[in-house]
Each structure stands twice: as structure tokens, then as C-alpha cells.
Design a protein around this ligand. Structure first.
Ligand SMILES: [Zn+2]
Length: 416
């Protein structure tokens, strides 16, 4: 009867495992000020940390203890000042999660609220709205999306120009989910009454994936308090979870401005598209044959960024002119600063370098409001920032939807 001792042994092991005290995990966040007089130095720093804010020749970021150690070891001469902001102890997170935004910020959408709102819109407006999932997150959540187009017009064929808006590749950038959520509602509810929007919905396919990183975004509000979380929730040991999804795309992956250290907030992952979230994005983007424009919302700093990010050289030829022209045109409306992404610092593996480099899609990153802020405050501008930030970006969004038909058309001055 050898099977019985084996069962007893397993039962005892399971009991021991269940009763083991939870591992105490501490994450320390520091506010750091670094001197960086030019783009070369900034790009060097971007190999270790995310540059939250750039003011003249100073960089201000919130970093963790692994990053602080790396910076002290590799580039100590660039440190101006740093101090401990907070210590996060994770042992009590074994309780049932609440997934609640802190008091005052309840108008931000939780994951469940995003899904139920998108589904409700699809039910209410079946002629123009369709709900879908692009795939599962690491922790098994559907990554929700919505398609807006005139479904009744069967004559249009498959070549209707398409555009995609995405939000929250980065967990703590909750405003980057709110802006597309308001934008999609605006398009849907204005259909039939607003002439321009009606015509755009009739003649384009407009996709939204407002919450690319649901696991990370919900971890950021797990217990009703913000955690300044950036990455997804890939387990890499202790508290250093996560891959930076906006460093995990394949185009020129790992060629600068991202880290191989899994403790870093800009950890690129073990290989390109190692994460289910970026894999799902890849598959989804590749499934839309006529996708011409992609706008990836992030926060913060009020910037309009366009490729390249991995290289200091501009996109060559006519396409380079299209990027510049579109970015400067939109900047007149939202007052953001238009810039080639690598003009700030070189960073590789982001959505836009991949979308343009691999697929020829005109891809922009909007870094939403505020323009600047101290510490983590820039990621948490409060509920009052939602509506003004949405309003500032309606016209740029409509402009992109319109020009999805022919991005090169923006160079034709006769049309202006
Ligand atoms: Zn971001």
C-alpha cells in the first residue's frame, strides 16, 4: 500500500505550503534628480530608469531600489540628489483585492467598469459598435476593445481605412484609459447628430483598446492606494514583477533605452513579444489589413511623439514629412510639444517604432497632462484632469481619423 503514505505526504506538504508565512516583500521608491545636459547623456540614463520628467538639463524620476543601486554603480557622477519617497510592503496583499481608485478618483474606470461600459455601448448601439477582446492578459483577463463603424453599409468592402487608439500600456497612467473611453463615447453618441463625426464613422473603421495592461493597472489600485506601478505582472521574483510593455515590441528591441535587469522599471523582457499583452497587440494590429494610423495614449508631459525612438535619425523621405506635419498640426490644438521620440532620449521596443517600422502605420504617442509635476503626482493628476484632457484631444483625434484615408494627403497644401 505505497499509495497511502504518498497521499499523506502530499497532504502534509500542501498543509505546510498553505501555512507558510507570506514572504515579506518591500519595494522602496526614491525621488531622484539627475543632471543630463544633452540627449546622449539622457539616452544613457534611459538604459537604467524611466525618465519621468525632463526640465532643461535636469531629469526627475521616481525609481526603485534596484534602479538606485544600478545608477549609483554605473553613473554616480550624474546624481544631483535623491531621497526616499515611500516603502511598500506587500505581505498584506494576500487578502482579497478591492481594485478601487482612491477617494476622489472614483470616476476613473476599473477594469470591470471598462468592460461593462464597452459591452453596454455595443448593446445600445448595435449598428455602429462591436465589442471584442484582443486576447488574454498574463493573469487571464480579456483585453477589451471596441470597433466603431457603420455596420449597415455593406457596399464598402474590406478596404475601409482603419485607425486604432490604445491606452494604458503602463499601469499607473490611468488617464490614458479615460481619454480614449471619453473619446469613443463622444464618437458613438454624436453619430447621427454631428455631421463630421457621422461621416467619419460611416467612412472609417475606428478601433479602441483603452486598457492594454489590465493586470498592472488593477495592481496599481489593488488596495485602494496608488502604487506607482508601471509594468505588467510577469513574475520575476520578489517584488520586482513585470515587463515594461512599451519596451517589449520587436522592432530594434533591446538596442538602447531599456534594461535587461528585471528589477528595472524599463525591463525589456527576455525576448521581443515575450508578454501576452504585447503578443495580443501584435496579432490584433496584424489582423487589420487597412490600419493606417495608431495613437498610443500615455502620460505625462504633454508631448506628441513620433518615430524613431530607437534611433536619433529621423524617419526618411515623405513619411518623415508626414509625421512632422501631422504632429505640428495637432500641437496647435492641444498645445502639446511635437517631437521625434528620440529627441528626448533613445528608447527601443515601443509600440510606435514597431507599428511604423514593421507595418508602415503612422503611429503617435501622446504623453497626456500634466505638463510637469513632482514625484509621482504627474501620474495621478486627479479626476479633475479627465474632462479637460479629453477636450484638448478631440480635435487631434478627429484629424487623425480623417487622415487615416490617406496620411500622405496632409502634405498636399491645396487641401489645407
Ligand atoms: Zn507610458
Amino acid at each position: 500500500m505505497r499509495i497511502i503514505p504518498a497521499i499523506i505526504f502530499l497532504a502534509i506538504s500542501a498543509l505546510a505550503f498553505a501555512k507558510a508565512p507570506p514572504q515579506v516583500q518591500k519595494r522602496k521608491l526614491y525621488f531622484i534628480h539627475l543632471k543630463a545636459k544633452n540627449v546622449e547623456v539622457r539616452s544613457k540614463i534611459a538604459n537604467f530608469i524611466h525618465i519621468d520628467q525632463l526640465v532643461e538639463d535636469s531629469i526627475y524620476s521616481v525609481i526603485n531600489q534596484v534602479e538606485l543601486k544600478n545608477i549609483k554603480r554605473e553613473i554616480p557622477h550624474l546624481i544631483e540628489e535623491f531621497h526616499l519617497l515611500e516603502e511598500q510592503s506587500f505581505e498584506h496583499y494576500l487578502d482579497i483585492p478591492k481594485y478601487q481608485f482612491p477617494k476622489g478618483d472614483e470616476s476613473f474606470h476599473t477594469y470591470n467598469e471598462v468592460v461593462s461600459e464597452l459591452k453596454a455601448l455595443a448593446t445600445k448601439y448595435p449598428n455602429i459598435v462591436q465589442y471584442f477582446s484582443i486576447g488574454k492578459s498574463l493573469e487571464g483577463l480579456d483585453i477589451p476593445g471596441i470597433k466603431i463603424t457603420n455596420k449597415l453599409d455593406k457596399k464598402r468592402g474590406d478596404m475601409v481605412p482603419a485607425i486604432l487608439f490604445t491606452g494604458s500600456h503602463h499601469a499607473r497612467e490611468h488617464l490614458s484609459t479615460e481619454v480614449p473611453m471619453l473619446l469613443l463615447r463622444h464618437l458613438i453618441e454624436s453619430y447621427g447628430s454631428d455631421k463630421t463625426i457621422t461621416s467619419l464613422v460611416d467612412n472609417r473603421v475606428i478601433y479602441f483598446v483603452p486598457l492594454v495592461n489590465p493586470d498592472g493597472a488593477m495592481w496599481d489600485i489593488y488596495d485602494g492606494k496608488y502604487k506607482t506601478w508601471r509594468k505588467n505582472r510577469r513574475s520575476t521574483g520578489a517584488w520586482t514583477h513585470g515587463v515594461d510593455l512599451n519596451r517589449n515590441y520587436s522592432y530594434k528591441w533591446g538596442t538602447g533605452g531599456s534594461s535587461k535587469d528585471h528589477g528595472s522599471e524599463v525591463y525589456m523582457g527576455p525576448k521581443p513579444f515575450s508578454e501576452p499583452e504585447t503578443k495580443a497587440m501584435k496579432k490584433f494590429v496584424e489582423s487589420i489589413s487597412n490600419l493606417r494610423i495608431l495613437l498610443s495614449f500615455h502620460t505625462f508631459s504633454e508631448l506628441i511623439l513620433y518615430p524613431w525612438g530607437h534611433s536619433k535619425y529621423p524617419v526618411s523621405g515623405k513619411d518623415g514629412e508626414v509625421f512632422k506635419k501631422m504632429a505640428t498640426t495637432m500641437s496647435k490644438w492641444n498645445k502639446y510639444t511635437p517631437k521625434q521620440a528620440s529627441g528626448l532620449y533613445v528608447a527601443s521596443g515601443d509600440t510606435c517604432d514597431w507599428a511604423y517600422g514593421e507595418r508602415g502605420i503612422f503611429c503617435f504617442t501622446f504623453e497626456l497632462s500634466p505638463k510637469w509635476a513632482w514625484g509621482s503626482a504627474g501620474f495621478y493628476p486627479g479626476a479633475k484632469a479627465i474632462v479637460p484632457t479629453f477636450k484638448a484631444n478631440i480635435r487631434p483625434a478627429l484629424y487623425l481619423i480623417e487622415h487615416a484615408a490617406d496620411p500622405h494627403g496632409v502634405l498636399d497644401t491645396k487641401l489645407l
